[in-house]
Design a protein around this ligand. Structure first.
Ligand code: AMP
Length: 398
């Protein structure tokens, strides 16, 4: 577990909050989805209520260490001024003259947003000098940017070296992310069922390995299922297969058997002739995928099978879509899975950007217990890895 901003004394101090304001923008640089800005509000408002002067920092997109207008945090600044009735200021740089001047002058109850952290080369290289300059702006460090915690970047990792346990902590968003995944993996209410999908086995192999000893059932869908089906001796046509991982797939199935984990694979698929939205398609069993065709979604029998398997679940973890949900024709399996999980009387945790997207599009977001906001970071937690941004903020006994 992590130290929460509530566990340390921040009253009337100058606080640096690493946020995740990496919002989508349209061609006119308007924010098209401001959830990331809104979800930072609880931590920001808590700090303001404690009489703090608040310095906010974030990255946006992937600039290459120099200023580029299209990556400026100006649109976020505008949105912040609307969301916070408090006075908000905006620095033209990150650790330059303007930022230092404005940070020095910042008073209790005021908010300062720095420019995009990635306008400085030192951010992504985890540069200690840059981190020191950032740290020099404030007395307290708060990390509320879960989505970048798996990256050793200066504002996430190197900066923590300049704050002790009494002056560094996790914001509410980060705390929630870490606690959910910790509870899920360490003490799930059983039966615990993991539903894993997405394109490739290679991307989820470590997650599968870490989940196997913890779950009661493992449901595998999406493109990655075909490597498992092929390993079982089925002819899967042109479906996505990673041949070099066939032995690994067999190993996972063997392990599952040894551990008493029930492993479910698709029994039918929506097959198509080409990987395109206007391709001819048909429902076939996984035994009968025609030569040259590929499975792009789970079929209706599989949706029913998976629903049955989830029926008695008390805890469900879902990471990875069941098919190529971006194309309507191949989205039903993922949407049905979303509805099934949303209706389950279980603790339901959704991870991964694509999966969160499916859940949102299916209109099920409010029905899930928790939707993780960080794609790569949440996968790394499921893999059992210690995140560089979380490690320095851990409570001693954890
Ligand atoms: P990942 O990033 O590994 O979670 O994979 C997500 C991607 O997997 C999505 O973009 C889906 O379109 C893709 N995907 C899901 N099922 C299949 C499939 N049967 N064949 C090819 N790609 C798939």
């Amino acid at each position: 577990m992590v130290r929460s901003v509530k566990d340390i004394d921040i009253a009337n101090k100058k606080v640096f909050i690493r946020c995740d304001f990496n919002v989508p923008l349209d061609e006119f640089l308007n924010i098209t989805d401001d959830r990331r800005v809104k979800s930072a509000m609880p931590t920001i408002k808590y700090c303001l209520d404690q009489g703090c002067a608040v310095i906010l920092a974030s990255h946006l997109g992937r600039p290459k260490g120099v200023y580029e207008e299209k990556y400026s945090l100006a649109p976020v600044y505008k949105r912040l001024t609307r969301l916070l009735s408090e006075e908000v200021k905006f620095a033209k740089d990150v650790v330059g003259e303007d930022a230092i001047l404005k940070a020095n002058e910042l008073k209790s109850g005021q908010v300062l947003l720095l420019e995009n952290l990635r306008f400085e080369k030192g951010e992504t290289s985890n540069d200690a000098e840059f981190a020191k300059k950032l740290a020099g702006l404030a007395e307290v460090y708060v990390n509320d940017a879960f989505g970048v915690c798996h990256r050793a970047h200066a504002s996430v990792e190197a900066i923590t070296k300049f704050f002790d346990e009494k002056s560094s902590a996790a914001g509410f968003l980060l705390q929630k992310e870490v606690e959910f995944s910790h509870n899920l993996l360490k003490r799930p209410t059983r039966p615990f069922v993991a539903v894993v999908g997405g394109s490739k086995v290679s991307g989820k192999l470590q997650a599968l390995r870490n989940l196997l000893p913890r779950v009661d059932k493992l449901i595998i869908g999406g493109g990655m299922a075909f490597t498992f089906l092929k390993a079982q001796g089925l002819d899967v046509g042109n479906s996505l297969v990673e041949d070099e991982l066939l032995p690994e797939a067999l190993h996972v199935m063997d392990e599952a058997k040894k551990l008493g984990v029930k492993l479910y694979l698709p029994v039918d698929v929506v097959a198509a002739q080409t990987f395109s939205a206007d391709s001819t398609m048909k429902f076939v069993t996984t035994q009968e995928i025609p030569k040259g065709w590929m499975g792009l979604d789970i079929g209706p029998a599989t949706s029913r099978l998976f629903r049955e398997a989830l029926n008695d679940a008390q805890t469900i973890l879902w990471n990875g879509p069941m098919g190529v949900f971006e194309m309507e024709k191949f989205s039903k399996g993922s949407f049905k899975m979303s509805h099934t999980i949303a209706e389950a009387h279980a603790t339901t945790v959704v991870g991964g950007g694509d999966t969160a997207d499916v859940v949102a599009r299916a209109g099920d977001a409010d029905e899930m217990t928790f939707i993780s906001t960080g794609g790569g970071a949440s996968l790394e937690l499921i893999e059992g890895k210690e995140l560089p941004g979380v490690k320095p903020l851990k409570l001693k006994e954890a």
